[in-house]
Design a protein around this ligand. Structure first.
Ligand code: SUG
Length: 451
């Protein structure tokens, strides 16, 4: 690929706004937090405000911040497709009675974790010089399989200028092409405006392979899916590395690579159990990168896999500062584990690497469902021209932040238990709120009830 650089490129973090039906339904097998917090009473208002609080503080610190809207839930269309008929209230009450697990799934606010919305390749790396998008099929669970259609519409509404943005179809929704998006994709480079190398981490190989896979929990990303996304985006072999996640890590609750590794620029912060072939992965990256890779390895003796999963140390946002240093945005849970906090101070901050600051953010409502700071954001590196071509009102500023906070305070409940999901009033409240939101964000019609 060309060696050209673009100094106007900035990484924009598009955070998912938490939806009004945020709840703890224990839907995600293999995600320890979701499994252990099933049935807790959630606070959707607090969840959304925590998310907006993170967005605002990163914006105030000078990072480019965007926002993506939540999806229409309950997904009444999905219930109707499954044979429930009659009025909306009747559909909901029958689902609650006959298929409570299905009702829980169609109410999930899981689109908040936009690291799973899709995979994005910056224009600099793509042969047609446009930013490339593929929504993730999320076919490994029913509640998340419901997301890609609306995700595709939202991304196409925001990144609608065809001169700058290219949208690819969702991969076939079948286990062989199981795709969970950017949570398993890391772009390594010098500055964000320099050509990058794409690290795709997969849990299993669908066709062929040697059968070394997790035994306890599902592997959500296949090699074949990652290869297909790279192909759609026009990436060449010299730009890509495909690495298998360590099966023992998946079995310990590492359901995505972003629960055990995070990269930014030339830095790859990872736990020693992140990759099945650690050395091979680093060697392959080094062979392709134009800038020296800066691996920051955390050994199991410093932070156990269990501590990594419980604290979400690696589900941090690693952000570039103008002076060349980096800031690590960690969830509050990292402070509660002594080994993790010590590692942050003694190993990461004091170590010979660009990480110069640790910022702690409280996203507890999301964390209880297994979503840390990095899950809540989709990274889109954009040039100055591309940022100017972004449609809608989704790049955060003080005015938009203020309107969104007021919108949440007007519409969201402060307690929601799984048993409340059948309440037809909740469905009504949600649609009213979302209709208003599309006007605030100037997105046009993106929800099924608006089409
Ligand atoms: O897919 N949790 C999500 C969390 C996704 C986190 N994303 C990243 N690591 N990038 C999941 O497991 C739980 C929903 C519930 O149980 O109600 C859930 O879907």
């Amino acid at each position: 690929m060309s060696q050209e650089t673009d100094p106007t490129v900035r990484e924009v973090n598009f955070d998912g706004l938490v939806g009004p039906t945020h709840n703890y339904s224990g839907l995600a097998h293999g995600n320890v937090a979701s499994m252990t917090h099933e049935g807790l009473v959630a606070n959707p208002r607090e969840a959304a405000l925590q998310g907006l609080g993170k967005m605002k503080s990163l914006m105030d610190a000078g990072y480019a911040q965007g926002v993506l809207p939540p999806q229409q839930r309950p997904d009444l269309g999905a219930l109707r497709a499954l044979g429930f008929t009659g009025s909306d209230a009747r559909v909901l009450s029958r689902a609650a009675e006959e298929a409570p697990q299905v009702l829980r799934a169609v109410c999930s606010a899981s689109s908040m974790w936009t690291a799973n919305a899709g995979t994005v390749t910056p224009s600099l790396d793509a042969p047609d010089r446009r930013v490339q998008f593929t929504p993730a099929n999320l076919q490994s669970s029913f509640h998340r399989y419901l997301e890609p259609a609306t995700t595709g519409r939202v991304l196409a509404a925001i990144f609608r200028d065809e001169r700058y943005f290219a949208h690819h179809p969702v991969l076939p929704s079948t286990p062989a092409f199981s795709d969970e998006g950017a949570a398993n994709h890391t772009r390594l480079c010098g500055d964000h405006g320099e050509a990058g190398v794409h690290l795709y981490v997969y849990g299993r190989q669908a066709f062929g392979g040697d059968g070394v896979e997790p035994r306890r929990f599902p592997a959500r990303q296949t090699l074949e899916a990652s290869q297909a996304v790279a192909r759609q985006h026009g990436l060449e072999e010299a730009q890509t590395v495909f690495a298998q996640q360590h099966p023992d890590a998946i079995d310990a609750g590492v359901f995505h690579n972003d629960v055990i590794a995070v990269g930014n620029g030339p830095v790859l912060l990872y736990h020693e159990m992140a990759f099945r072939d650690e050395q091979g992965t680093l060697d392959a990256l080094r062979a392709r990168m134009a800038t020296p890779l800066i691996p920051v390895r955390v050994p199991a003796e410093a932070v156990s896999l269990d501590d990594a999963v419980a604290s979400y140390l690696f589900n941090s946002q690693l952000l570039s500062n103008p002076d060349g240093t980096m800031t690590l945005v960690v969830p509050g849970e990292c402070q509660e584990r002594e080994a993790v906090w010590r590692c942050l101070q003694d190993h990461l901050l004091a170590g010979n690497n660009p990480i110069a600051e640790v910022v702690v953010k409280d996203v507890k409502q999301s964390m209880r469902n297994g979503g840390g700071p990095a899950c809540l954001r989709l990274r889109v590196a954009l040039s100055g021209e591309e940022r100017a071509a972004v449609a809608g009102r989704v790049l955060l500023d003080d005015a938009l932040h203020g309107e969104l906070v007021a919108w949440v305070e007007r519409h969201y409940r402060d307690r929601l238990a799984p048993a409340d999901l059948a309440d037809p009033q909740l469905a009504h409240e949600t649609l009213t709120a979302l209709d208003e939101l599309t006007r605030i964000l100037k997105l046009g019609s993106v929800y099924p009830f608006q089409l």
